[in-house]
Design a binder for this molecule. Structure first.
Ligand SMILES: *Cc1c(COP(=O)(O)O)cnc(C)c1O
Length: 234
């Protein structure tokens, strides 16, 4: 802290986080939804502690990362300084990282195959820790993207429950970049409803307001909060 406290000046400027908050509030109002029904996940991938700390200080306590290794390198120290942080894994998970993922994350949004289910079930049992689980649906059926095909989703959700004994909370989707997102959100919401799943992880910086119209309970917002990412994650 300098003697001329710089926060006196900067606090008058609308911060990106405050702008995202306002847009979420407006989208909830338009959709006649309670603001508390939507959780903002601040996606901090590629950003270091120096960029994350001011966002925590501004009151944000839910964060998302897409790689287990990266999250492991930066979050344990931050969490010990700021207890009460909730961490979501939003990127693909490999079975050999399930142990670390269950240990570090409060929620995993990328459950999409039997080997992951099996690895998660084993770790949930042995660590006695139960992260919230989302099944990722590849609504655009893009070959390079993770997630189960929409036509296989019902069966996969059933297998998660019956074969692996997993408690699934909801569904996650990432619409294809060049498509209008609304039909993808609608499809995800429909699959969730018919499987009795209440949570929907959908909507990113460009489309979280639309996702809220379609029932998103978790929006994953990165660049609108942290700015442009110089490193493009895979
Ligand atoms: C990076 C990422 C986001 C955030 O994307 P922005 O466009 O920066 O908001 C959301 N979800 C997933 C799965 C991501 O990998």
């Amino acid at each position: 802290m300098t003697s001329e406290d710089p926060t006196i000046i900067t606090s008058r400027l609308p911060s990106p986080l405050a702008t995202v908050e306002q847009e979420i509030a407006r989208a909830c109002e338009q959709a006649r939804r309670d603001r508390a029904s939507v959780e903002l996940i601040a996606v901090s991938k590629t950003f270091g502690a120096e960029a994350i700390t001011p966002i925590i200080e501004a009151g944000q306590c839910v964060f998302g990362e897409n790689r287990v290794q990266e999250a492991k390198a930066k979050w344990p120290a931050l969490i010990s300084s700021y207890p009460g942080i909730t961490l979501h894994l939003i990127g693909p998970l490999q079975s050999n990282k399930a142990k670390e993922a269950v240990a570090l994350f409060d929620a995993i949004h990328s459950v999409d195959r039997g080997s992951i289910c099996q690895a998660l079930a084993k770790e949930i049992e042995s660590q006695q820790k139960r992260p919230e689980l989302f099944v990722q649906v590849n609504t655009g059926e893009e070959p390079q993207k993770a997630g189960v095909a929409p036509t296989e989703a019902d069966d996969f959700i059933k297998r998660c429950r019956e074969t692996y004994g997993l408690r699934v909370s909801g569904l996650m989707c990432i619409p294809p970049v060049d498509d209008a997102p609304a039909p993808h959100f609608a499809l995800t919401a429909k699959i969730a409803a018919r499987n009795g799943l209440k949570k929907l992880s959908m909507g990113m910086s460009a489309d979280f307001a639309i996702a809220i119209q379609f029932g998103a309970t978790h929006v994953r917002v990165g660049s609108a909060i942290f700015g442009h990412r110089s490193v493009t994650p895979p």
